[in-house]
Design a protein around this ligand. Structure first.
Ligand code: SF4
Length: 635
């Protein structure tokens, strides 16, 4: 039964079992939950498992990823399979108009959102010189798998729209790789459904532990007081003939939001009743809908004008109209169980934001999974399976865990006794205890390392107590992730760290488990030989966290707290530890720096490859254990 025809490597530990598990059950099972650790080789294994079904001419692989950076991986793997087997599989990675529009590049417009790019195309497509092309101009592009950047370049040379060329190519695909949004978002889904019938697709959800957050972030949105002021400015500067009610509503909104400025502390979040705000102004929902549609339509006029002026086609009027229209849907429901909450947060002395936070996952997604021939959810931190299934709205899934390519020879895992980040704030005394452990860590581990803190607040506390000085005095070259770093700053810090760590072995990354480097970034080989995680990355018990736990309790009873609060924290910890292990040859010392990790309730939620050999140590045992580990792992 096992078919390895499309596996271009010699199978390693667990890979045969992984492939045959899918192949044996694909006919009879609707959804799979596969837990396989970092470095397992999930991408080639999944392709090898599914391509025989594709070869029969029956199914299309719809591969979804969390971020654009991961979108090319399956296409690159497919290229290897095609070159090795000579089989004529075709696949592409797929991007939105923001990245695939030649008109936007021609006009040198920067910082456009997907919404802006869609607007530009909808408005100017008929005049766009790239829009009309014959399929014969791109037919040769179906000869081999292509990344979206390759499609873009080929189309640019031919003066053909890359976005619409890509849509045409998608109809020939055996593999289509795209962002979660194209499947999870109701609004965007149709764009893909019109190309590939979902009933013919095997859906792969890569890094599936992200499903919960991705779905919530897609359905949530924000507006600001500044945005309301800008909307009023737009009315003046574009001399818009808004109805009297619409103008009065904008003024009412500005006045209401402004009245909260003196009442809320900077950075503080409070619950806000959008229902009351609207009921105080409107007679009924029909009136709201009609006024918001008016704002949206004037907003579109502003967007057109701005584009013609060579500016980004954005409008605050449009933004407000969309926000309220989309929020209306959630207002009729019972407050406890609606799963949608509104938060008001003060950003500065003059500005605040109103956020619609949609916590629902299963209600948005459960019917979606049934549309596919089959769904495969894969990740290195998917367990516990029952929690994942229930939260994502899955029924009757087949689940399995696969062993890591590592053994005791690759990993030393320690839990530190006598330190914890439990409590509202990390006290100075406890911070100094942590620094004592870190001093021993720095002095004994001569390898590129990382200190990840459970939050930026904890990192700040360690810095205040001398973490930087300590690291430098131990000869470490420090690379520090700061809270709020831009994507570009973070990328450049990452490149500096990686380049230095390939040459030297004293580099130290100081970062947060809630930051940009604890997930989705690989540090193979010598780039990272040891990780010290300070604390368990629980969400802070803010009003928001309490609301979340309470909603999950409403849905799942006693299991609610575990699903909403405990599981996500331990998943974050697993992801953080996984940074140092990407290949079977990688070796690492991993330190769970919080005595609460000893509790079964938490330890059982870490992956088994990590917890097979846990050793709990106090300060006095730590140095000796590290020395032995360094020697054993030959770091
Ligand atoms: S047709 Fe293509 S190039 Fe032209 S505006 Fe639309 S997306 Fe851009």
């Amino acid at each position: 039964m096992l078919n390895l025809k499309f596996f271009p490597y010699s199978p390693r530990k667990g890979q045969r079992e992984f492939i045959s598990f899918i192949q044996e059950n694909l006919e009879r099972c609707k959804s799979f939950l596969l837990d396989a650790p970092n470095g397992f080789g999930k991408t080639p294994c999944l392709l090898a498992a599914l391509l025989p079904k594709v070869e029969e001419g029956e199914k299309i692989i719809l591969w979804t990823v969390k971020t654009g950076m991961e979108i090319n991986r399956p296409v690159e793997e497919l290229k290897k399979i095609v070159s090795k087997t000579g089989e004529e599989f075709f696949g592409i990675s797929y991007r939105g108009k923001k990245d695939m529009c030649l008109l936007i590049e021609e006009r040198k417009l920067r910082g456009l959102t997907h919404e802006d790019a869609n607007f530009v195309c909808a408005k100017y497509r008929n005049k766009c010189r790239y829009f009309n092309f014959s399929p014969s101009e791109i037919v040769d592009l179906t000869e081999k798998p292509l990344t979206y950047a390759e499609i873009y370049e080929a189309c640019k040379q031919r003066k053909v729209c890359p976005y619409f060329a890509q849509r045409h190519l998608a109809c020939y695909c055996n593999l289509l790789s795209l962002n979660y949004n194209y499947v999870f978002s109701k609004r965007m889904r149709w764009a893909i459904k019109t190309l590939v019938p979902f009933s013919e697709c095997i859906l792969v959800v890569d890094e599936a532990h992200n499903v919960e957050r991705a779905c919530q972030s897609l359905n949530s949105d924000k507006i600001t007081l500044e945005g309301v002021r800008r909307a009023l400015e737009e009315v003046k500067s574009y001399k818009l003939a808004l109805s009297r009610e619409a103008l009065e509503f904008l003024e009412y909104l500005e006045e209401t939001f402004s009245s909260f400025l003196p009442r809320v502390a900077k950075g503080e979040e409070i619950l806000f009743s959008l229902k009351t705000l609207l009921e105080n102004f409107f007679e009924d929902a029909f009136e709201v809908e009609s006024l918001m549609t008016e704002l949206k339509s004037y907003g579109n006029f502003v967007r057109t004008k701005r584009f013609e002026e060579g500016k980004r086609p954005a409008s605050s009027l449009h933004k407000l109209g969309v926000f309220f229209l989309e929020s209306l849907e959630s207002l009729g429901e019972d407050e406890n169980g609606s799963g949608v909450t509104f938060f008001l947060k003060k950003l500065s002395e003059k500005n605040l934001e109103l956020e619609r936070w949609d916590m629902r996952v299963a209600p948005h997604l459960e019917a979606l999974w049934d549309e596919f021939y089959s769904c495969i959810f894969c990740s290195g931190s998917l367990k516990p399976f029952d929690a994942f299934s229930e939260v994502a709205g899955l029924r009757d899934s087949l689940s399995s865990s696969f062993p890591p390519p590592y053994s005791e020879e690759n990993i030393a895992f320690f839990i530190t006794r006598g330190v914890t980040t439990k409590g509202e704030e990390l006290q100075d005394e406890m911070a100094r205890e942590y620094l004592e452990f870190l001093r021993i860590f720095f002095e004994n581990v001569e390898a590129n390392s990382a200190v990840f803190s459970a939050s930026f607040r904890i990192q700040e506390k360690l810095l205040e107590n001398g973490l930087l000085r300590l690291a430098e005095s131990c000869g470490k070259k420090v690379f520090l992730e700061r809270e709020g770093m831009s994507g570009i700053e973070a990328q450049s810090l990452l490149e500096e760290f990686k380049s230095c760590s390939r040459r030297e072995k004293n580099c130290l990354l100081i970062a947060s488990s809630t930051g940009r480097f604890s997930e989705g970034v690989d540090f193979p080989g010598k780039e990272l030989g040891a990780i010290f995680l300070v604390g368990i990355p629980f969400e802070r018990l803010t009003l928001r966290t309490k609301v979340y736990i309470s909603y999950f309790r409403f849905l799942y009873g006693k299991r609610g707290r575990k699903y909403a609060y405990v599981v996500p924290a331990l998943r974050r910890a697993s992801q953080t530890f996984g940074r140092a292990l990407r290949n079977p040859q990688d070796k690492a010392i991993l330190i769970a720096g919080d005595e609460r990790f000893c509790r079964d309730e938490y330890l059982s939620l870490l992956p088994s490859w990590l917890t097979s050999w846990p050793v709990a140590l106090d300060k006095h045992e730590f140095s000796g254990a590290l020395k032995n580990a360094v020697e054993k792992l030959k770091l």
